[in-house]
Design a protein around this ligand. Structure first.
Ligand code: X2X
Length: 344
């Protein structure tokens, strides 16, 4: 009997030690490495900001939490539309992912892909920092993912190998690679183009062989991926949609972190997100056109549209907007429209 009591006493002490163990001692139960998924790595804004996140966390946790960036959607075999599910299942620990790639599992994220909802950066910020952004994070949190911060891919501009696009009619019959949300199929079908959905990994060879004529992506993607070398000679700046990035962590991973470490990981994500947004917006504005100038220097034609020309695109895609407004949720879209209008 005595031995049993002794054993129980030992167990009680051990349990108490476990409860009151300082964060640093608890770190033994942390994984040796946490895997961050991204679709594109360094030196795109995604990879740069994901790396910044990892660096800040490592430094501030004195190496308790080591995060490594896995670009190329390599943790999901290149299928970027499976990133959210894989993170939810714990196959990947964390991600810096695009709202577009997560929209198959979180349909509300299609908000940012509504054509011509956001005319400028102020509009993006009004949505992400405002009530709609909060609602979207709540929706994500209800799916066992902990969203921490917003980043940015950018305004998705139209490029192609065939001709200058100044009006919807110019798009007629062009084969355009689109991303993995059916909303994009609807938009490009409404514009008279011939959309084909494929991953970013497949898009580059498809552009290079001429299997598709064009694509839409932010200009940081255009320059870093050297899209002029795969025949993309015409760029139309139409700002029709933009995709923010979201820094997020699998819920079980998140709850395994001590409260102090959660704070560090969250604050680092906020800082890295802010940095990523700066990188994404650099050189692509009239105030700072350095990237635009570089692209023109590659023999690529950059077309800006007048308000009237833009209006023609807006008109043709309006039925798509209305159809998807209902699917995304009328209240959420109305709140986003209100946030955008308030910032004007
Ligand atoms: O696939 C794309 O076009 C990209 C890289 O922008 C996304 O992941 C949404």
């Amino acid at each position: 009997m005595k031995t049993v009591w002794k054993m129980l006493a030992v167990l009680a002490v051990a349990a108490a030690a476990g409860t009151f163990m300082p964060a640093s001692a608890k770190a033994q139960s942390y994984k040796a490495e946490y895997r961050i998924s991204t679709v594109v790595g360094v030196p795109f804004p995604w990879g740069l900001s994901a790396q910044r996140w990892a660096d800040l966390v490592k430094e501030r946790t004195n190496g308790r939490i080591v995060m490594k960036v896995y670009p190329g959607a390599s943790l999901v075999g290149g299928d970027q539309t499976r990133e959210f599910t894989a993170m939810r299942q714990g196959v990947i620990d964390m991600a810096v992912g695009s709202t577009i790639n997560w929209s198959p599992q979180v349909p509300e994220l299609n908000l940012f892909s509504l054509p011509f909802l956001m005319p400028d950066y102020k509009a993006i910020d009004a949505i992400t920092a405002g009530e709609p952004g909060k609602k979207l994070f709540e929706t994500i949190a209800s799916k066992d993912i902990v969203p921490l911060a917003w980043g940015e891919n950018g305004f998705r501009e139209l490029t192609n190998s065939k001709r200058a696009i100044r009006a919807p009619d110019d798009l007629r019959g062009l084969k355009i690679r689109v991303v993995g949300s059916p909303l994009f199929n609807d938009t490009f079908t409404a514009l008279g183009a011939n959309p084909t959905q494929m991953s970013w990994a497949d898009a580059q060879p498809a552009l290079s062989t001429g299997a598709v004529d064009g694509q839409e992506n932010p200009l940081t993607i255009f320059t870093v991926a050297k899209l002029h070398t795969v025949g993309q000679k015409h760029v139309t700046l139409w700002h029709y949609v933009a995709d923010p990035l979201i820094f997020a962590v699998n819920k079980d991973v998140w709850t395994s972190f001590s409260a102090d470490d959660q704070k560090i990981v969250r604050e680092a994500a906020l800082e890295a997100g802010k940095y990523g947004i700066e990188v994404a917006r650099k050189g692509v504005t009239p105030q700072d056109p350095s990237v635009l100038r570089d692209i023109t220097g590659l023999g690529v034609e950059i077309i800006s549209l007048s308000p009237e020309q833009l209006d023609a695109f807006r008109k043709v895609t309006r039925p798509v907007y209305d159809k998807w407004k209902a699917r995304i949720g009328g209240d959420l879209v109305a709140a986003a429209e209100k946030a955008v209008a308030a910032g004007r």
